[in-house]
Design a protein around this ligand. Structure first.
Ligand SMILES: NC(=O)c1ccc[n+]([C@@H]2O[C@H](COP(=O)([O-])OP(=O)(O)OC[C@H]3O[C@@H](n4cnc5c(N)ncnc54)[C@H](O)[C@@H]3O)[C@@H](O)[C@H]2O)c1
Length: 259
């Protein structure tokens, strides 16, 4: 049975009720996990308030800021986890960012700054968060990150984010190898396109969704809660033999040729 009772799960990347991380947090909570939530701090504290209100029904026992570009915030986050929980079992990395300008038009126009920004936030951050989590995963642990097909195949407009996802997927393999001896598993979910704040920055996202609805074996896209179910499975003992993998939750779209 899928049971996460007694597990401490830290979820990053909730911005609003469309966020994939919100779907994951709900399913981890449903499976019995003790939930901690991070939010991206802003000057006016608007996102903090919004996320706090959204996650209230999950009664999170930890709520902390974390901008993954700021090492001191990441260190402070894991100090808080240590003080409040003592140990960590589950880490959900569900965040990404690229400049909107770099998510449409010619890939060859990608700037050095835009490339570094996308790779730093969307790929390097997984390494940094795993480094913070490792000493706290004293009973072993499970890390899940979110990727997209655009890291493996060329998808119109996905551009620099495709490069970031390729790096992220390779991070998963190196981290799985590095952390496996500590019984820490690291996997990625490659989700089909879902309308969210982040995906709306990618040029033509609605066309992508309509295309998937026509072509995918299940003739539809997926929901945040379906992604959440797979994350809960990967974080549970039912997946104790799975690490270093990219699991597609995309209504089957990835298998299709001539699509
Ligand atoms: N929506 C899709 O179609 C889709 C498909 C496959 C994979 N994904 C991936 O799922 C993940 C979540 O995205 P989403 O679609 O739910 O969108 P979202 O906008 O709801 O979530 C993105 C999150 O990233 C956070 N973030 C951005 N910069 C940050 C920083 N510097 N530090 C900390 N947090 C930061 C934002 O606050 C936000 O919570 C991303 O990795 C995305 O690439 C999305």
């Amino acid at each position: 049975m899928l049971d996460l009772t007694g597990k401490n799960a830290l979820v990053t990347g909730i911005a609003n009720n469309r966020s994939i991380a919100w779907g994951i947090a709900q399913q981890l909570h449903k499976a019995g996990a003790n939930i901690g939530v991070t939010y991206l701090p802003d000057d006016k504290g608007k996102l903090e308030k919004k996320v706090a209100e959204l996650v209230e029904p999950l009664s999170p026992s930890l709520f902390a800021p974390c901008n993954v570009q700021d090492d001191s915030q990441v260190e402070a986050l894991f100090n808080t986890v240590k003080e409040q929980w003592g140990k960590l079992d589950i880490l959900i990395h569900c965040l990404a960012f690229a400049n909107k300008d770099d998510l449409s038009g010619g890939f060859v126009e990608t700037s050095r700054d835009g490339f570094q920004l996308a790779l730093d936030i969307s790929a390097y951050s997984l390494i940094k968060l795993c480094a913070g989590a490792k000493p706290l995963m004293t009973d072993g642990g499970s890390v899940v990150t979110l990727t997209y097909l655009g890291g493996v195949k060329v998808i119109p407009n996905y551009n620099v984010m495709g490069i970031a996802k390729a790096a992220l997927e390779m991070n998963v393999r190196y981290l799985a190898s590095d952390l496996g001896p500590s019984n820490i598993r690291v996997n990625a979910i490659s989700a089909g396109p879902i309308r969210t704040l982040a995906s709306s920055a990618v040029g033509g996202i609605l066309d992508m969704i309509h295309h998937v609805e026509k072509v995918a074996p299940l003739r539809r896209t997926v929901t945040q809660l379906e992604v959440g179910n797979t994350a809960a499975f990967l974080c549970s003992d039912l997946a104790s033999g799975i690490t270093g993998q990219v699991v597609y939750v995309d209504a089957g779209y990835e298998i299709m040729g001539m699509s």
